[in-house]
Design a protein. Structure first.
Lengths: 285, 152
């Protein structure tokens, strides 16, 4: 096995282009499990830890550019105010040790439908920035997930950053599991209010082959909410929102839960998180 | 490949390291430091926790090559000679060690917590140790040990 250790983004892209089979490794919290258990024997590992450009975040004209290699611990500590939904999701990942190493780039690279950042990335209209020696592409998050653990990356590309537009509105994330720490989501849900254009973003995790955007629920909530003079959310609207989220999911029965349970739990998560987010919005409006 | 890494303040070299092996394997099998334990090799148990450049991580999830040039501090590096670190001494005094397999990882995790938060609340202790499993103690004595260490 080869171990490639680029020290700049340019070097990393050249290495990936010359070795398209090389497996990138950032925090290693997915990759190393596969290596330790002999589930994978790649020809080469491409270590991204020394690529400083990936470990930075910055404020842009339209929002936040989060380097693919910023670990969850830093997102929680440094970005809770700018990216509240993503910070909430980050807090639920694994354990302190996992959050010290794991990255959003790695969550996207793995593209597990259960990855905790996906619902929030969907709800907040994230854009995935990927690069190769051929140039840079910006992939809207809805086009990134392509199937169970498959995504839109080409073999010579690396994920360089995630762009999160300035939301301005409250965001929430909730996840169901058997304990607080170290849990793969049975199902999860992220919601974001976009008051600038009276829209709601809604993302579902762990209830289908890919993370799912609950489009009908988004449209329904956008129309029903009293954006200009916010009134308390009615029970009927919250419930209907929950039903539409549940209807958008395509869960299966597996060891973590049944499809029926996941649908039910999602409707509850959706109702609660929208209620919390709307309360926040009404308080500040 | 050859790996250069500073472990507990000492520059160390390991030869014939397989590129895909873990830092945990290097520490235990190549550098003779069996303090960090191997219980799950999948990040679930925390018994392999070490400091990597000052940050607690599961060493089973760090590829050996990723540690090149880094500073690693293991449970063996906490005591000063025969003088146990306050967290280690508190684990002894509080009776927080039974079979001891989880202890090194818990000691490193608790050591890091007290460095960051000198007087942690119970929820803070639980949160900081959430990545470390113990099959023996039921955790109560471990919480006692961390509370005791915080007073020292
Ligand atoms: C004990 C344990 C608990 C966990 N708990 C959770 C949890 O609660 N929620 C959750 O969502 N996940 C969890 N995970 C999974 C994992 O921690 C996350 O998916 C994490 O985000 C992976 O990030 P990483 O940097 O460690 O990825 P790595 O393991 O380094 O990489 C993951 C994948 O992404 C690719 N990749 C990484 N970076 C890039 C890049 N810049 N460009 C292109 N490809 C890239 C790699 O090649 C690989 O295929 C857990 C894992 C463990 C071991
Ligand atoms: S052996 Fe590393 S976490 Fe269990
Ligand atoms: S003392 Fe035996 S596992 Fe903790």
């Amino acid at each position: 096995m080869e171990f490639l250790r680029p020290t700049s983004l340019a070097e990393a892209l050249e290495a990936k282009s010359a070795n398209p089979d090389a497996v990138p490794i950032a925090g290693g919290t997915d990759v190393m499990v596969e290596l330790n258990f002999d589930h994978r024997r790649p020809a080469a590992l491409l270590d991204l830890n020394r690529v400083g450009e990936l470990a930075e975040w910055s404020v842009t004209a339209t929002g936040t550019r989060l380097g693919a290699g910023v670990p969850y611990t830093r997102i929680i500590a440094e970005l809770g105010d700018r990216l509240p939904g993503l910070a909430m999701a980050s807090r639920t990942v694994g354990s302190p040790q996992i959050r010290n190493r794991g990255t959003v780039g790695g969550n996207l690279g793995a593209s597990s439908p259960a990855g905790d950042t996906h619902p929030v990335l969907l709800a907040t209209d994230a854009v995935v920035e990927v690069a190769s020696v051929r140039g840079v592409r910006e992939i809207p998050i809805g086009e990134f997930y392509r199937g169970v653990k498959r995504n839109a990356l080409e073999p010579d590309e690396l994920i360089t950053a995630i762009h999160l537009p300035e939301g301005g509105g409250p965001q929430q994330f909730s996840k169901v599991g058997t304990r607080n720490a170290m849990v793969i989501a049975v199902c999860s849900f992220g919601v974001a209010l976009h008051p600038a254009d009276n829209r709601v973003g809604a993302g579902i995790g762990s209830a289908g082959p890919t993370p799912i955007r609950a489009v009908d629920a988004e449209r329904f909530a956008a129309e029903e909410l009293s954006w200009d003079s916010p009134k308390p959310l009615t029970d009927a609207v919250a419930r209907r929102f929950g039903e539409l989220v549940a209807a958008a999911a395509t869960p299966i029965d597996d060891v973590r839960g049944t499809a029926a349970y996941r649908r039910h739990a999602l409707s509850v998560l959706a109702r609660r998180t929208l209620t919390w987010a709307w309360k926040d919005y009404a308080r500040c409006a | 490949m050859r790996l250069n890494v500073t472990v507990n303040g000492e520059a160390r070299q390991a030869d014939d390291v397989w590129e895909g092996e873990s830092l945990l394997y290097v520490l235990r099998e190549r550098l003779g430091l069996p303090g960090s334990k191997n219980a799950c090799e999948q990040g679930e148990c925390g018994s392999c926790t070490v400091y990597l450049d000052g940050t607690p991580v599961c060493s089973c999830l760090v590829a050996a090559g990723q540690a090149e040039g880094c500073e690693v501090r293991t449970v063996e590096g906490l005591a000063e000679g025969d003088q146990l670190d306050r967290v280690q001494q508190s684990f002894v005094d509080a009776g927080a060690v039974q079979c001891g397999f989880c202890t090194p990882g818990l000691v490193v995790a608790a050591h890091d917590l007290l460095k960051r938060v000198p007087n942690p609340s119970d929820p803070e202790i639980r949160e900081a140790l959430a990545g470390n499993l113990c099959r023996c103690t039921g955790y109560e004595k471990i919480l006692d040990a961390v509370r005791l260490a915080a007073t020292r």
